[in-house]
Write a protein that binds this ligand. Structure first.
Ligand code: DAH
Length: 350
């Protein structure tokens, strides 16, 4: 195997699941609503079956991502080799589609990121990106107004009259860049990023005199808000008590079925001198516990006053979504976690 490959079997098993193409899954329904808005009112075309393996050029270079940007690091991204990776955003397909002649289009699919373990993060999730090209004689303010009107209209079509606000943002691929937040249960929640595409991107793939706007939306985030879904693992469940609630194809509020008891285990260890990244710990736990892990949280860190060695304590919360876990099961998971952290990361247990 390529020494740059950090795609684990758990991640590999998610490739091809395509929740965004499943009609009975809330992710599929979210995608369909956004797609209908842009195809019916605005004449967009849709690409929803692009394979998730792309090159570092597509995912980063073509989009002007700086060489030292964290998203390029193997602790954040799943690499297959030095040159190929599992896309970390749908924006990775923007340049090739513009080059092929598309002028207003959506790209929907699964994206992969190494990240925290909690109720709103999962290493595979789904995004829809959109692009609309314009003649560069059009004033930037007109383009940005059109972008805000289109996206604001889309959110209101789906959510009704929610309160929204635009926040200045930074993305390497757009200037100006904005984020849209919506007020949900008293909290401002970021739902999408967007902006005017950088001229240096378009000069490599579009015909001269082209500008345009682009956006990217996380489908899980929106679906959790629209349907009141409390845990991101539920989208992957084949539990009928989950899926049957969405079979009508109409937006409904999720009725939680009983939560089974959680069981947490703490693990305390000295960090290896060779370095330590939390995402490596997260991957190992995901690999062992799969969807039985609900969250991994650092609860304490301590530096030895004399030696300078650092000790961390992590709390791992285990919970099955459709039955109770037995003590024996949890103990066995935790034992595997302990021994793999020692053998793979070189930590020293305390
Ligand atoms: N790719 C960005 C992300 O994953 C989202 C995004 C922001 C897409 C701005 C865009 C854009 O096309 O213009 O966070």
């Amino acid at each position: 195997m390529d020494s740059n490959n950090n795609v684990t079997p758990f991640i590999q098993s998610k490739i091809g699941k395509n929740l965004h193409l499943q009609k009975g899954n809330p992710i599929g329904q979210m995608k369909k609503m956004i797609e209908e808005y842009f195809t019916q009112n605005h004449g967009f075309s849709v690409y929803d079956n692009l394979p998730p393996t792309v090159t570092t050029i597509q995912n980063f270079d073509d989009l002007l991502t700086p060489l030292d940007h964290v998203s390029r690091s193997p602790s954040d991204t799943y690499y297959i080799s030095k040159t190929h990776l599992l896309r970390s955003h749908m924006t990775a397909h923007q340049t090739e589609l513009i080059r092929s002649g598309a002028t207003s289009f959506l790209m929907a699919g699964d994206v992969y990121r190494r990240d925290e373990v909690d109720a709103t993060h999962y290493p595979v999730f789904h995004q829809i990106d959109g692009v609309k090209l314009w003649d560069s004689s059009v004033d930037s303010s007109v383009i940005m107004e059109d972008l805000k009107k289109s996206l604001g209209g889309m959110i209101q079509t789906i959510f009704g009259n929610v309160e929204m606000r635009w926040i200045d943002a930074y993305f390497p691929f757009t200037e100006p860049s904005l984020e849209l937040e919506i007020l949900f249960e008293g909290r401002w929640l970021e739902v999408l990023g967007c902006g005017q595409i950088q001229p240096a991107i378009l000069s490599c793939c579009a015909k001269e005199g082209t500008t345009g706007w682009a956006f990217g939306i996380g489908l899980e985030r929106l679906a959790m808000v629209l349907y009141d879904i409390p845990d991101i693992r539920l989208f992957w469940s084949d539990d009928e008590r989950f899926l049957s609630q969405f079979s009508s194809g109409k937006p409904v509020k999720f009725k939680p079925f009983s939560k089974y008891p959680p069981c947490y285990k703490d693990i305390t260890f000295w960090l290896p001198e060779s370095g330590f990244h939390e995402n490596d710990l997260n991957s190992i736990i995901r690999e062992i516990a799969g969807d039985l892990v609900e969250s991994v949280q650092k609860i304490d860190s301590f530096t030895h006053p004399k030696s300078g060695h650092i000790s961390n304590c992590f709390r791992i919360n285990y919970r099955h979504m459709s039955r109770s876990l037995t003590n024996t099961e949890v103990d066995s998971l935790q034992e595997q976690v302990r021994s793999e952290l020692i053998s793979k990361l070189g930590i020293v247990l305390r």
